[in-house]
Design a protein around this ligand. Structure first.
Ligand code: NPQ
Ligand code: MG
Length: 365
């Protein structure tokens, strides 16, 4: 099956509430969608880069540029998901752009063969338990209200975004209000240095599942040192960009890995990291990048693999958006159903998609 052409579509999705992390505040999700068209089916991929290079070096305009200038021209005309990674490998980095293109090829291919993402990736469950990521708030009272509402909705695990000046106090307050049975973890998005080790050790009192990315992306050696001076397990996010990086585990830099398909260059690399970690008895969970229903569908499929033993940031659509571009993902007893239709198993709703689209570009192959 030959690819006819590829559409790059920019959409602007207003968030239900501003999302504040240690690196900034977002009010609108600026998303690049990739649509691969063939005579028999089309496939969708979502690029998770942010509009600014604050989480990683990637950003949406750069992703669109590298896709149109280098990645799409290098793509084999024949629709073959396994061939995408090798064809794009000569181009360094730009993993989020590569992941979106590979996902779109994979979706088109699976829609033709009738297989779901979940089945193709090797999922062993038909629903996944869901966690929620809670931004930095203006006050502890506001945080407790927000967490309370998510717990009411059924989320089985809560992750608090932390940073210098917003760490021990909010974590203690949430632990005291919601009790020791609440599965609780924190995410610093690289906001600390090893000089903060004694301060971070104060979080040991709160029985956290893990602390995610306390130090800078490239501070693997310091993460290994920090791991020896705090009891809370360290989970890496930003630091792990490939299966090769996941070998950081063997350095003692972390004992848990957050897998985000975009960050590591695609769902196939994500599966390789899963397999590696599983073989070493290292827990993994599926991260989130405020995806629309398109990226969310694929993440939920990935999270259904057997090594994903911790709840992911695979929240319901309404956590982020009043109106999703697909039929909304909704929590049922703290779980999301894994789509089982061909490919992603969900389709964008044309009217909604048109309303949020800010630009489209057609690239003929
Ligand atoms: C994380 N995500 O695990 C990220 C980072 C993050 C769900 O906590 C716009 C787009 C804003 C992507 C803010 C969660 C974002 C973003 C934070 C990703 O580190
Ligand atoms: Mg993170």
């Amino acid at each position: 099956m030959e690819i006819t052409g590829i559409e790059l579509r920019r959409i602007a999705m207003p968030l239900v509430a501003p999302f504040r992390t240690s690196f900034g505040t977002e009010t609108t999700r600026d998303v690049l969608l990739v649509r691969v068209v063939t005579p028999e089916a089309e496939g969708w991929g979502e690029c998770v880069a942010m509009s600014e290079p604050l989480y990683s070096s990637e950003y949406v305009d750069a992703a669109a540029d590298v896709l149109r200038r280098f990645l799409i021209p290098a793509l084999p005309r024949e629709l073959d998901p396994q061939a995408v990674g090798p064809a794009l490998a000569p181009f360094k980095g730009h993993r989020m752009a590569k992941a979106a293109l590979e996902a779109a090829v994979l979706d088109a291919s699976l829609r033709i063969t009738g297989e779901s993402f979940a089945r193709y990736l090797g999922a062993t469950r038909d629903r996944v338990p869901c966690g929620v990521s809670v931004g930095i708030m203006g006050s502890v009272a506001e945080l407790l209200d927000t967490v309370g509402a998510y717990v009411e909705e059924g989320y089985v695990r809560v992750k608090l975004k932390i940073g210098p000046g917003w760490d021990v106090t909010p974590v203690r307050a949430v632990r005291e209000r919601f009790g020791e049975d609440l599965l609780l973890q924190v995410d610093a998005n690289a906001a600390y240095t090893l000089a903060d080790a004694r301060h971070l050790a104060r979080l040991d009192d709160f029985d956290l599942l893990l602390i995610e990315q306390p130090l800078a992306d490239d501070d693997l050696v310091q993460h290994a040192r920090l791991a020896r001076s705090i009891r809370t397990p360290i989970c890496l996010d930003e630091s792990i960009e490939s299966a090769a990086h996941a070998a950081a585990i063997s350095l003692g830099a972390c004992s848990v890995v957050n897998i985000k398909p975009g960050r590591v260059g695609g769902y196939l690399e994500a599966r390789r990291i899963h397999d590696l970690c599983r073989a070493h008895g290292v827990a993994v969970w599926c991260g989130g990048m405020l995806e629309t229903g398109i990226g969310r569908a694929a993440n939920v499929a990935l999270a259904a693999l057997p090594g994903f033993t911790l709840p992911g940031d695979t929240s319901a659509s309404r956590r982020y958006f009043h109106t999703d571009v697909t039929p909304p993902f909704e929590l049922d007893g703290g779980h999301l159903d894994v789509p089982d239709g061909p490919g992603l198993g969900v389709d964008p709703v044309p009217d909604v998609l048109d309303k949020v689209t800010t630009a489209t570009e057609w690239i003929r192959l």
